[in-house]
Design a binder for this molecule. Sequence first.
Ligand code: THU
Length: 157
Amino acid sequence: MEIRHIDIDYGYCSDRNDLSDEDRLLLVAAEKACTTAYAPYSNFRVGAAVRFDDGEILTSSNQESVAFPSGICAERGLLYFVQANRPQKKIRTLAIVSSPSPTECTPCGACRQVIADTEQRQKTPIRILMGGAQSTIVIESAQALLPFHFTLPATKE
Ligand code: THU
């Protein structure tokens, strides 16, 4: 058997001031969105913000349900809203942050799949900013976040 390797390049920024103004603003928008979270069960608020290639920014947050699995993650809810309401637009960057933010906010597996689906549909890379209190992880394409993501054979290109 041949052993193959996957390498992932990512940026690590220990000081948010080293990011571009655009990226910093998107992280701030995601932070503001944390305040709209409904997270009485986990007490973990997540905010997500997308910047489209025309500069428009949309945000959302995690919403929990008393029937626990019925809740929705911030970034997944936002991407579904985008698909329903801005289907022609391309997302350039997605920022994800949490409150509290002990570490950078990295998306769960289900969200990675949905981010990868979105990237595949729009045919241009989605940059992802995973924000912590000061530090940020930057990844240039959703593909890198979920190698071997699921695709239906009919949708493979
Ligand atoms: N959560 C997100 O919003 N995004 C993720 O990628 C992972 C987790 C939310 C779901 C739940 O409301 C809370 O964080 C704790 O799991």
